[in-house]
Write a protein that binds this ligand. Structure first.
Ligand SMILES: [Ca+2]
Length: 535
């Protein structure tokens, strides 16, 4: 008999029995109230434990910041974030180009697993049911929203967000803030779009995106003397600030995607003034690595689309200085926007319950190896900046040299916020590194880059980065095309000498080929390694 039946059985006619009835009623009432209080306390504790996430993506940002040791770069806000967080010194993206890199990070899959290695394919075509990182937060009670470039433009994922994504009213490719240039650009765009309308009728979505990339471009850089908010990234920062104010009482996952330092390098003049002419140094390895196969390089077509860049051959030394300076100015411009978000979190007293993570989606060649842009498997293109700050971190202002990968971000943020880990994830939570940044970790990090050669068809360059080496294998399906690269970071940290072909390295090449083919599952930190600090 349960207690409810027991109460109903009581004869209410005698005074004792009336007392007993009241007693039981009160007891139930007290238990009910106690349960309510307990549930409310639990819910409050859960709410208190639930960190917010400010997830900041910076397009084409390479790890050339003051906090990464480049003292001449003006990045005070990222530096202050690093001072209260953990800086990842050897974080690698899985493919050095926007959409595949971002898709891999945001789905937790590696590029080939999710089937996205180009700029045209949406991951839902291959993985319609995948739960993305922001979607996972949304499904667990968070408010999630994207501002600016999180997914690649044209490849957004509404399922990831609680509300529709915010995009700037300023067109990225023709907002030079110069009436003459902008008028000229608009004219060219109008012509382009009229033609596009005529030819795009039977195109697939992917073909449309491909065609849109042929849009006319203006100059590669500009330094208008305007307020930050007259450019897309300044506007984005203002919108995120507004959003944080609006959502501050709910758990949130706000994704802020800044467009610079992506081309064209347009930033307000005052950020250019931080780098006076003559103060910028060019890369000293402005030559292609010795003995490297031609397929490892690019013709940096992305930069050549801009009106002041030659269609073939190198840029002039003067232009190289201009581009390098302009890139630095854009980095400082974005650093200032990030500062506005950090200031607002502090002003609202939200810093103590908000995880802040900043990442650049891949590296960038600023003349290193005679190249510009990304699209390679080199350290300069695959190594990315990443800083995370978690409220209450015991160990702050430190750097980890552990090999980590972008696919690790999904499981790490989930773990930090107490969310379960979906089964499909191909990364490893780096949370153990946060308290012991020096511990042994992954044995290797993996990246890839596809190319097409007319005579051999599709070729994939697969790279593995170990503690000491970078090894790259370029091959097509039947291996009728097969070329390799090997760089020894102990003696050649800039990867200037491909030593894969040296007879003395045969065994090493065999061993690294094995590591590459064994893949990420064989490179995970093992229990022994996790518990044993590095010498
Ligand atoms: Ca990018």
């Amino acid at each position: 008999m349960n207690r409810f039946n027991g109460i109903l059985d009581i004869d209410t006619t005698s005074p004792d029995k009336k007392y007993m009835k009241n007693y039981y009623c009160m007891k139930i009432a007290f238990r009910f109230i106690a349960l309510i209080i307990l549930l409310s306390a639990c819910s409050q504790t859960q709410e208190q434990l639930k960190y917010n996430v400010l997830f900041i993506a910076v397009d084409d940002l390479r790890p050339q910041l003051n906090c990464y040791g480049y003292k001449y770069i003006h990045s005070p806000n990222l530096d202050r974030l690093a001072a209260r967080g953990l800086l990842f010194n050897r974080m690698y993206c899985q493919q050095a180009v926007c959409s595949p890199s971002r898709t891999s990070l945001l789905t937790g899959y590696r590029p080939e697993s999710v089937g996205v290695t180009d700029l045209n394919t949406h991951f839902r075509i291959n993985k319609p049911e995948v739960v993305t990182l922001p979607q996972h937060f949304k499904n667990n009670g968070y408010y999630t929203r994207s501002f600016g470039k999180i997914y690649h433009p044209g490849l957004d994922d509404p399922l990831s967000w609680s509300d529709s994504s915010w995009w700037s009213r300023f067109p990225d490719k023709y907002n030079y803030q110069d009436p003459e240039i902008d008028a000229q650009m608009r004219k060219s765009f109008d012509k382009f779009y009229a033609n596009f309308q005529m030819i795009s009728g039977n195109m697939t979505e992917g073909e449309k995106l491909e065609a849109m990339r042929k849009k006319p471009r203006g100059p590669s850089w500009a330094a208008p003397d305007v307020p930050d908010t007259m450019l897309a990234d300044g506007e984005c920062a203002s919108e995120v600030v507004r959003m944080i104010n609006k959502i501050k009482d709910r758990p949130f996952f706000i994704a802020a995607g800044f467009r610079k330092p992506h081309l064209p390098f347009v930033a307000p003049k005052r950020y250019y003034d931080l780098y006076p002419k003559g103060s910028v140094l060019l890369a000293d390895n402005d030559y292609f690595p010795a003995n490297a196969p031609a397929i490892a390089g690019t013709n940096w077509d992305e930069l050549r689309k801009y009106s002041d860049i030659p269609k073939e051959g190198p840029v002039s030394e003067e232009k190289a200085y201009e581009l390098t300076r302009a890139y630095y100015a854009c980095v400082s411009f974005i650093d200032a926007q990030i500062g506005k978000l950090l200031d607002e979190l502090e002003r609202l007293n939200l810093s103590k319950k908000t995880i802040v993570i900043v990442w650049g989606d891949h590296g960038w060649h600023l003349l290193e190896h005679s190249l510009w842009c990304k699209h390679t498997n080199y350290e300069i293109a695959t190594r990315v900046p990443m800083i995370i700050s978690v409220p209450g971190m015991q160990s702050t202002g430190r750097t980890t040299n552990a090999l980590t990968e972008f696919v690790d971000i999904y499981p790490s943020l989930s773990e930090l916020c107490g969310l379960p880990l979906p089964d499909h994830l191909e990364g490893t939570s780096f949370v153990p590194l946060m308290e012991a940044p020096e511990r042994l970790w992954k044995k290797a990090a993996f990246s890839l880059y596809p190319r097409v050669l007319p005579e051999f068809g599709d070729i994939t360059g697969r790279a593995v980065r170990t503690e000491r080496y970078r090894f790259v294998e370029w091959a097509n399906k039947d291996s009728s095309f097969y070329q390799t690269e090997l760089y020894d970071h102990d003696i050649d940290p800039d990867e200037n000498f491909n030593i894969a072909g040296e007879p003395d390295n045969d065994d090493l090449v065999k061993q690294l080929t094995q590591t590459l083919h064994a893949g990420w599952k064989e490179a995970l930190p093992d229990d022994h390694a996790i518990n044993k600090a590095m010498d």
